[in-house]
Design a protein around this ligand. Structure first.
Ligand code: DAH
Length: 352
């Protein structure tokens, strides 16, 4: 009889030792069965009164051993499942995996085009010059051989700015520059030849906004003044620019034109071709596209800016940036450039 109870405890110890539990739920079931308030070892203590006195001590020790084995087993099972849970979590968060890339911005097509133009001229010795966007009448017009009553002022509808006063004919000295040619005057006033600069920047004209024109846009101005600078020098430089910009087979053509600050003056076209319907449309069926205005700096401009026209000659040119950006990137509406819709801008991601 007593033997039988000893055997039951031994069997329980064996069960406990062999128990397995791989989930937290199974570990908890083990705990309830062997260590909980109603665990299977408890009723054994009630058997004590049936055990002969000389065996009571042994029996008590055996039951205690069963409890210890159960506790040790529970600890081991719990540690094992916790380690497994940790390993699972580790798989979900692989700390060695590469991080999500940070979203990068993109360069604006105007900035891209501007940088390209600047770098072409920088490589042949031009340096960048800058001037203010809010300009006075002298640098924008008068110094550039366009006095007040000059009909050429009508070519460029000007936004006048008057500090604290409505703009008007009596108060028209300050304006938003209509072209980057104003930087020519500022540079020549401060520097004697040789002068070889390009001046990129924003300009403003009071124009109706449409798909093709805007009241704000960008230009790059060029100016080279030294001894014996010729029209042929200008043509060679502009041909170099056109080929760097549009490909080394690009053809150019210079058409006579008029600008108050140059004499003679010309407009330069590049041969775009007539392959597609789009080519026909943008070249108005001619195959040629106008890219810039240029000419030999008028001696009167040199005099206005303190440079001796007997000693020095020079050429100048000016070009719009938006139009070239539209050509380079197939953009059909200039307004897209100023709306800053990210769906438009992000298409230039990665373009250098
Ligand atoms: N300033 C002129 C414009 O805004 C462009 C231009 C033409 C600039 C001829 C020049 C030049 O320097 O020589 O349309």
């Amino acid at each position: 009889m007593a033997h039988e109870v000893f055997d039951r405890v031994e069997a329980l110890i064996k069960d406990i030792e062999q128990a397995t539990a791989t989930t937290p739920e199974a570990v908890e079931a083990f705990r309830i069965r062997y260590l909980g308030t109603k665990n299977v070892l408890k009723p054994l203590m009630g058997e004590m009164r049936n055990i002969p006195n000389e065996q009571k001590r042994d029996f008590g020790q055996l039951v205690n051993r069963a409890k210890e084995v159960a506790q040790a087993k529970f600890d081991a099972l719990q540690a094992a499942t916790a380690a497994q849970a940790g390993a699972d979590a580790g798989a979900k968060f692989d700390l060695s995996a590469p991080a999500e890339p940070l979203p990068l911005g993109s360069r604006h097509p105007i900035a891209l085009t501007m940088r390209r133009i600047i770098s072409i001229f920088e490589r042949i010795g031009f340096t960048v010059a800058e001037g203010p966007e809010v300009e006075d009448d002298w640098h924008n017009f008068s110094a550039m051989n366009t006095p007040e009553d000059h009909p050429a002022r009508d070519m460029q509808d000007t936004f006048y700015v008057a500090a604290g006063m409505p703009a008007g004919p009596d108060n028209a000295d300050m304006l938003l520059r209509t072209h980057t040619s104003s930087v020519q005057a500022r540079t020549m006033e401060n520097q004697q030849p040789p002068i070889r600069i390009i001046a990129p920047g924003r300009v403003y004209r009071n124009e109706t906004i449409s798909a093709r024109s805007h009241a704000q846009f960008h230009q790059v101005e060029g100016l080279y003044i030294a001894e014996k600078v010729s029209f042929a020098d200008m043509k060679a430089t502009l041909l170099h620019f056109a080929r760097e910009m549009y490909g080394d087979k690009t053809k150019i053509r210079l058409r006579p034109s008029y600008f108050p600050f140059t004499e003679p003056s010309a407009e330069m076209d590049i041969w775009w071709g007539l392959e597609s319907e789009h080519d026909h449309r943008i070249t108005k069926g001619t195959g040629w596209l106008e890219i810039l205005g240029c000419g030999m700096v008028d001696p009167q401009v040199l005099i206005n800016c303190g440079i001796d026209p007997e000693k020095y000659t020079g050429y100048a040119f000016g070009m719009g940036i938006e139009r070239q950006a539209m050509l380079l990137y197939n953009i059909t509406d200039i307004r897209l450039m100023f709306e800053n819709d990210v769906r438009f801008l992000k298409q230039f991601a990665g373009v250098l």
